[in-house]
Design a protein around this ligand. Structure first.
Ligand SMILES: [Zn+2]
Length: 406
């Protein structure tokens, strides 16, 4: 089974924690009291079924698409020095990959289900697409090792930049510049040669307490991320769900490998766990964003108005009949879209939208208190200019090699 490993690496004995090195034994273990602290590591492979281009495949991959951008070499798009000279290619790419254009996959929803069952400790992700967040995985369970679109700042003075403003700029294909120093603004995505977020380094020691590690959709070639698999205890069961064998899976007593698509792997796992309905329910919630649904509702309203007008302007009976048919169809579509919006809104409000609103309210109250404390003094506008990323620079965390991104 682990034929890809060299003879001296392969573990030949019996498993020490699991009954056998297969999915059924992992499931039995997960259902037991022994498995309380689960960690996830995931990479681009869990996002490909959502339509996000695979960053490494030379044919269909992103780097191949970058050829048309006249880059000296594809990786330049993620190099800070190139970005300084020519930010346009990255901006084009950032627009293409902007979160909201893609839907989370069942593999993302699986992470949410794991959290629903109070088993998830941390999800280490290499992805910058924020699809884990959109699947409902709470912020405090996420370690976005290569940063994400969730925040953005000036690359010089590090002053944070407004998310909506950056989005508008990206869509207009304009370059965003810092309002304070004029420096270029980019999402907090880790470029080659940049430090990984302090949260990544702070979270690593937690792996020593793992009862189970699940690795999904990563080729385990990007360091330091790839080395995390070795940091769980020697006897900790490790499950790999991936298209191919990667890393040193098979070298430890409780390694299990599922070869196949991530979505198929998590569906099989959930079926065996009896979580399959919950998985599909969680995934269903990710179908549309509310913004998208609101747009759809607005569109059907316009369509209906147009159809009404046609009816009133119809001259012959045949025209009138035709127009009324159209109106009926438009009304039906509008009704359906509105119902769908209400349904999704209800699903969301149950657990995702609500806490966020409470958070925002708390923030607003905090801000208004801060302002009233200072009397009529204007609220502080230069806070947050201290770059968090500068705190823990020890020089060891640079991404390595041309594959070191995403
Ligand atoms: Zn600046």
């Amino acid at each position: 089974m682990f034929s890809f490993l060299k003879g001296n690496q392969r573990y030949e004995g019996k498993p020490t924690v699991l009954e056998a090195c297969d999915l059924a034994s992992i499931v039995k273990y997960m259902k037991s009291d022994k498995c309380k602290r689960v960690f996830i590591m995931n990479g681009a492979g869990i996002s490909t079924s959502s339509g996000i281009p695979d960053f490494r495949s030379p044919d269909t991959g992103l780097y191949a698409n970058l050829a048309r951008l006249n880059l000296p070499y594809p990786e330049a798009v993620f190099e800070i020095n190139f970005f300084r000279r020519n930010p346009k290619p990255f901006y084009m790419l950032a627009k293409e990959l902007y979160p909201g254009n893609f839907r989370p996959t069942p593999a993302h929803s699986f992470i949410k289900v794991l959290d629903n069952h109070k088993k998830l400790v941390k999800c280490f992700t290499q992805n910058i697409d924020t699809l884990e967040r959109r699947a409902g995985v709470p912020d405090d369970k996420l370690v976005e090792a290569h940063g994400s679109y969730a925040s953005q700042r000036c690359i010089d003075c590090k002053r944070p930049y407004d998310a909506q403003k950056l989005k508008d700029k990206l869509y207009k294909e304009e370059v965003a510049r810092c309002e304070k120093c004029g420096g270029l603004v980019k999402p907090d995505i880790v470029f080659f040669g940049e430090s990984l977020p302090p949260l990544f380094h702070r979270s690593i020691p937690l792996l020593q307490s793992a009862d189970l590690l699940i690795v999904m959709g990563t080729s385990l070639v990007v360091h330091p991320f790839a080395s995390l698999v070795d940091l769980v205890p020697e006897d900790c069961p490790r499950l790999l769900i991936n298209l191919e064998h990667v890393g040193d899976f098979g070298s430890r007593p409780n390694d299990v490998v599922y070869l196949g698509k991530c979505d198929d792997g998590v569906r099989e796992l959930c079926r065996l766990l009896g979580w399959d309905k919950e998985l599909e329910r969680e995934w269903e919630k990710t179908k549309y964003t509310l913004e998208r649904l609101q747009e759809d509702v607005a569109k059907t309203e316009v369509k209906e108005k147009e159809a009404e007008e046609k009816v009133s302007q119809a001259r012959t009976d045949a025209e009138k009949e035709e127009a009324q048919k159209e109106l009926k169809a438009a009304e039906l579509e509008e009704k359906k879209t509105k119902e769908e919006e209400a349904r999704i809104r209800k699903l969301r409000s149950e657990e995702e939208e609500l806490p966020r609103e409470v958070d925002e309210l708390a923030k607003e109250i905090g801000e208004s208190l801060a302002v009233s404390d200072k009397g009529d003094v204007k609220p502080e506008v230069t806070t947050g200019s201290e770059p968090e990323a500068e705190e823990e620079k020890d020089g060891t965390e640079d991404l390595k090699g041309p594959e070191g991104k995403l």
